[in-house]
Design a protein around this ligand. Structure first.
Ligand code: HEM
Length: 149
């Protein structure tokens, strides 16, 4: 017979654990962020979007994105922003742009991390990209946006 706790274990979402691996820390995540965005800025499609949105000093964006990835991967709690509104206001981003973004991200991660660690970064990036795509292209209502999903 199935115990109550086994049943609950099956239906409850399992809390995501921090990825604890040697070499995965704020320094290496910061290096990933910097390498990734230097590539993004050179991309013929994504470069102009970012150049238009981030005028002047890139440092605050790079630090924010390092906080974001430390929160996603290490569960550091450093990031307190809301990604959905930041992307909704871009207006001209297409579904294909997300594929470019994800390809550049995966490529950069694989140059800096082992395949196992890269797979974790890529899986989380894909998951977040899916929610951003849903919000942008399927016009979620204001309640979902307010929840910062
Ligand atoms: C085609 C795809 C994408 C484009 C063109 C794009 C572009 C941008 C731009 C222009 C900003 C605003 C920068 C600023 O003002 O600081 C931004 C912010 C951000 N992006 Fe993206 N992005 C894309 C995909 C993604 C994906 C897939 C993720 C996550 C996996 C992501 C995570 C973030 C985060 C966390 C912020 C900061 C939001 C905030 O707190 O203000 N982006 N993005």
């Amino acid at each position: 017979m199935t115990s109550k706790s086994a049943l609950l274990g099956r239906v409850r979402p399992v809390a995501e654990q921090p990825l604890l691996r040697p070499g995965v820390d704020r320094a290496s995540i910061g290096a990933l962020v910097r390498k990734f965005y230097s590539r993004v800025r050179k991309d013929e499609r994504l470069g102009p979007i970012f150049a238009r949105e981030i005028v002047g000093d890139w440092e605050p964006h790079l630090e924010k994105m390092t906080d974001f990835w430390c929160s996603v991967i290490l569960k550091s709690g450093d990031y307190h922003g809301r990604p959905v509104p930041a992307h909704l206001k871009l207006g001209d981003v297409t579904d294909a742009d997300f594929d470019i973004w994800l390809a550049l991200f995966g490529e950069t991660a694989s140059e800096l991390f082992t395949p196992e660690i890269t797979a974790v970064f890529v899986e989380r990036a894909e998951r977040i990209a899916t929610s951003l795509r849903l919000a942008i292209f399927f016009h979620l209502g204001p309640a979902a946006v307010a929840a910062g999903q």
